[in-house]
Design a protein around this ligand. Structure first.
Ligand SMILES: [Fe+2]
Ligand SMILES: [Fe+2]
Length: 242
C-alpha cells in the first residue's frame, strides 16, 4: 500500500471545526443531503455546505451560538422540494422548520435549542412574514443571501436560466413586461430584479462587507458580458487602421 493510500481521508472544512461535534454534524449533513439532493445546482447540498461555512465564519466574528447556527444552516432548505413541486404555493422556510422540528426532537435537542434553531430557519427567507430576531437568525439570513450573489450568484443565475431555456443575455430587457420562467428570464434579468438589491438587505457588519464586495464583482461581470456580446473592438494600436 502506498503512503498516499494509508492516510485517512482528508476532512472537509466543515468537519474540521464542527460546533455540534463530528458525529452529529455528519448525521445532519446526511439528512440535509437526502432532502436537498434533487434540487440540483441552485439549492442542492453544495449550497447548504457553503451557507454552513459562511454562518460559522460570521458567527465566530460575532460571538454567536455556533451550535444553533450549525444546525439551522444544515436544515434551512430541507423543505425546498415542497416549494418547487407546488410551484411556489408552499413557503419552503416554513416547511423546512416543520420538517426540522421532528428531526431535532428525534436527535435529542433541548426545547430551548429547538426553538432557537426553528426561528432561524423560519426567518431565513425575506419573502415570508417572519423577520430574523436573534443574532443567529440574522447570520443565517445573511449567509443564505450572500450565496446568491458574487461569482456564485452569477453561476447559480445562469444555471437557473439554463433550466428554463432563457437567452444568454439581453441588457435591454424590460423587467416589468417580461416574466419568470420565459426565454427573457436571463441571469441579467435576475440581477436586475433581485440580486442587485441583496447588498442593501444585509443585517450584520460582515454580511454587509462581503455583500458589497460580491456586488461589485457582479457589476463588473455584467459590464464585461455586455461588452463581449456587442463585440466592442479592442483598443486600437497607435497609428493602426480601423
Ligand atoms: Fe431558503
Ligand atoms: Fe438557502
Amino acid at each position: 500500500m502506498t503512503e498516499e493510500k494509508k492516510r485517512p481521508a482528508a476532512k472537509t472544512t466543515a468537519q474540521q471545526a464542527a460546533p455540534l461535534g463530528e458525529e452529529l454534524t455528519a448525521r445532519l449533513f446526511a439528512i440535509s443531503r437526502e432532502y436537498c439532493e434533487a434540487e440540483g445546482g441552485c439549492h442542492g447540498p453544495d449550497h447548504t455546505e457553503r451557507v454552513y461555512n459562511l454562518c460559522l465564519h460570521i458567527g465566530r466574528l460575532m460571538g454567536a451560538r455556533l451550535d444553533i447556527l450549525a444546525a439551522a444552516a444544515l436544515l434551512h432548505d430541507i423543505g425546498r422540494r415542497h416549494e418547487t413541486l407546488s410551484q411556489g404555493r408552499i413557503c419552503h422556510a416554513q416547511k423546512s422548520a416543520e420538517l426540522a422540528r421532528a428531526i431535532l426532537a428525534g436527535l435529542g435537542f433541548s426545547a430551548e435549542m429547538e426553538g432557537a434553531i426553528l426561528h432561524c430557519i423560519e426567518a431565513h427567507r425575506y419573502r415570508n412574514d417572519k423577520t430574523p430576531e436573534s443574532l443567529e437568525a440574522k447570520i443565517l439570513f445573511d449567509a443564505d443571501k450572500l450565496d446568491s450573489i458574487g461569482a456564485i450568484g452569477i453561476g447559480r443565475a445562469f444555471l437557473f436560466a439554463g433550466q428554463v431555456g432563457a437567452r444568454l443575455h439581453n441588457q435591454d430587457v424590460d423587467v416589468d413586461s417580461t416574466s419568470s420562467y420565459t426565454s427573457e428570464d436571463t441571469a441579467y434579468r435576475e440581477f436586475l430584479v433581485k440580486l442587485c438589491k441583496v447588498k442593501g438587505k444585509m443585517l450584520t457588519p460582515e454580511g454587509k462587507r462581503l455583500a458589497a464586495e460580491r456586488h461589485e464583482f457582479m457589476e463588473l461581470f455584467f459590464k464585461r458580458l455586455e461588452k463581449e456580446i456587442h463585440g466592442s473592438p479592442a483598443p486600437q494600436q497607435a497609428g493602426g487602421q480601423p
